[in-house]
Design a protein around this ligand. Structure first.
Ligand code: GTP
Ligand code: MG
Ligand code: ZN
Length: 336
């Protein structure tokens, strides 16, 4: 499959118009005087990053680029839409410069741990986060799933759980736990029917995140013939993957859909995320906790926490409450 045509002339894109970045490149609009300095710069999307070099799609071509000095320490991540100057010919030796990162619709980020204020942006402009967990080998870790749900919610990205390796163990426990909090759970296995997953990915930009060895790259290879993502083995003794994938890469699933493979994560810090953000992100409980005392942490035993009342009068199931509190508790934990 040939990569989808993404590039448009910068002059075709207005500030509130970034959703249209993938409009056909022939489109043009009358020029005005309020054009930014880089009006002639091309716009492309970052598909990969490798040691300070960025692979950017511009129209039908793939352009190699570096960050221009004025960007300073501003991060450029996979999924970013960027303006390019310099040699954008895409020939083997050509090197373009990224002069601007367009406003991001979403940004998924993590910190090294919960009390490290340094945030690391992971991917930009995705609208779905596939939380990939294996039913076994490596075993599912609820703490990671919870954290990824929170991170997705805070980023404004829809979280979906995919349980891989269901040939090795049942996905039922995970499904039961998370369907209660309104997160969709899909089960897969190598050689199984990929239609439900494909349907979920259609018309979206989806990033796959999870521990090393859970089968993220295996899924992408199955979805995209020719993707050629390397696959690693899970160590029999430690039960851990080998961190086979070392950088995030965006790949086209079809004309309207992208999937982003990422390296396995060992941890996912949520520094800066507040219990209130979690509660707000989880939608319907937001109305309930409006009745809590100021500063209520909404945990087990929190005095007059309105979540307890909501469970008592049937507005919230016990399972749902337990799940929510597990997430809130996870915010203060780094030992999983
Ligand atoms: N039994 C079984 N093994 C699987 C399945 N999916 C993937 N595997 C195996 O799991 C191992 C790890 O798969 P990868 O796709 O490399 O995992 P990953 O999540 O990309 O790992 P990193 O790139 O290290 O983050 C490989 O040996 C796969 O063959 C499955 O459904 N069932
Ligand atoms: Mg991988
Ligand atoms: Zn409360």
């Amino acid at each position: 499959m040939s990569p989808r045509v993404l590039g448009v002339r910068a002059g075709d894109v207005e500030d509130d118009d970034f959703d249209d970045f993938d409009r056909a490149s022939g489109y043009s609009r009358p020029r005005t005087k309020t054009r930014p300095d880089y009006a002639k710069a091309l716009i492309g999307r970052v598909l990969g990053v490798d040691r300070g070099r960025f692979d950017v799609t511009v129209g039908p071509s793939l352009v190699r680029a570096i960050k221009a000095r004025p960007l300073g320490r501003k991060s450029v991540v996979v999924g970013d839409e960027v303006r390019l100057t310099g040699d954008t010919s895409g020939t083997p030796d050509a090197l373009a410069r990224i002069v601007e990162v367009l406003p991001r619709r979403t940004l998924l980020r993590r910190s090294a741990d919960d009390d490290d204020p340094t945030e690391r942006p992971l991917v930009a402009n995705t609208d779905q986060l596939l939380i990939v967990t294996a039913a076994a080998d490596p075993p599912p870790r609820i703490g990671m799933i919870d954290r990824l749900i929170v991170a997705a919610s805070v980023a404004g990205v829809r979280p979906v759980i995919v349980v891989t390796k269901t040939d090795l163990a049942s996905p039922d426990d995970i499904a039961a736990a998370y369907e209660d909090i309104g997160v969709a759970v899909l089960a897969t296995r190598q050689g199984g029917d990929l239609a439900p997953l494909r349907q979920l990915l259609e018309d979206h930009t989806t990033v796959l995140v999870g521990h090393s060895g859970v089968g993220k790259s295996t899924l992408i290879n199955a979805l995209i013939p020719g993707a050629g993502r390397s696959i690693g083995h899970v160590n029999d003794v430690t039960g851990k993957g080998r961190h086979t994938s070392t950088a995030a890469v965006a790949l086209p699933l079809d004309e309207q859909s992208w999937v982003i493979d990422t390296p396995g994560v060992r941890s996912f810090g949520l520094a800066g995320v507040t219990p209130d953000q979690v509660v707000t992100a989880l939608g319907d409980v937001a109305g309930i906790v409006a009745d809590c005392p100021r500063g209520c942490p909404h945990l087990d035993g929190s005095l007059d926490c309105a979540l307890d009342a909501a469970q008592a009068d049937g507005r919230l199931t016990a399972a749902r409450l337990a799940s929510l509190r597990r997430i809130l508790t996870a915010l203060g934990r780094t030992d999983w």
